[in-house]
Design a protein around this ligand. Structure first.
Ligand code: IDP
Ligand code: MG
Length: 170
């Protein structure tokens, strides 16, 4: 048994369909800890970096639009991002999340219950779940800063920034 962390995203279709509560309830069956959580408006750069391994696929452009919530309009162009931690977390979460194609996913899984395939052929499968420990580390470091996560399994370092422009409360 090994302690793993992974990235879960409630994708824009999950946010728009108001499925966040159902999804988190289902994921809580694992008794894993949420160690990071936030709402993110996804820009093109983040979308492309998140899905960089799929850049040669025919559906890449539509996938990048999908994770940005482009077809859903201004109120819904966001995702909810979570870092979960637990024993063998990735395999256990993937099981509850279900397989990539929502039509083939176990109907009791999140993707099987709530996903759909659009007429353009995009798998709108409601949630993202890291696929292995290598991807989990890459994705967590892409989406979260160390101070947004309350437990660290990857090393961090301190750097001194000068002339950093930062938005603060006025
Ligand atoms: P995963 O999300 O189960 O890890 P990946 O192969 O990493 O699956 O694909 C990322 C996302 O791209 C999927 O969750 C799904 O939204 C979309 N996708 C994957 N394969 C296809 C496909 O063959 N057609 C349309 N969309 C796909
Ligand atoms: Mg994947």
């Amino acid at each position: 048994m090994s302690i793993e962390q992974l990235l879960i995203l409630v994708k824009p279709d999950g946010v728009k369909k108001s499925l966040t509560g159902n999804i988190l309830t289902k994921l809580s069956e694992t008794r894993m800890l949420i160690i990071g959580a936030k709402t993110v408006k996804v820009n093109k750069e983040l979308a492309e970096r998140h899905y960089c391994q799929l850049k040669d696929k025919s559906f890449f452009g539509e996938l990048v639009d999908y994770i940005q919530g482009k077809i859903y309009g201004e109120s819904w162009n966001r995702v909810l991002a979570f870092v979960y931690q637990g024993n063998n977390a990735i395999a256990r979460m993937r099981k509850i999340v279900g397989t990539t194609n929502p039509e083939e996913a176990d109907p009791m899984s999140i993707r099987g219950a709530y996903g759909r395939i659009t007429t353009k052929g995009v798998y709108e499968n409601v949630v993202h779940c890291s696929s292995d420990s290598f991807e989990a580390e890459r994705e967590i470091k892409l989406w979260f800063k160390p101070d947004e996560i309350v437990k660290h399994i990857y090393p961090t370092k301190e750097i001194v920034l000068e002339k950093e422009v930062k938005e603060v409360w006025a």
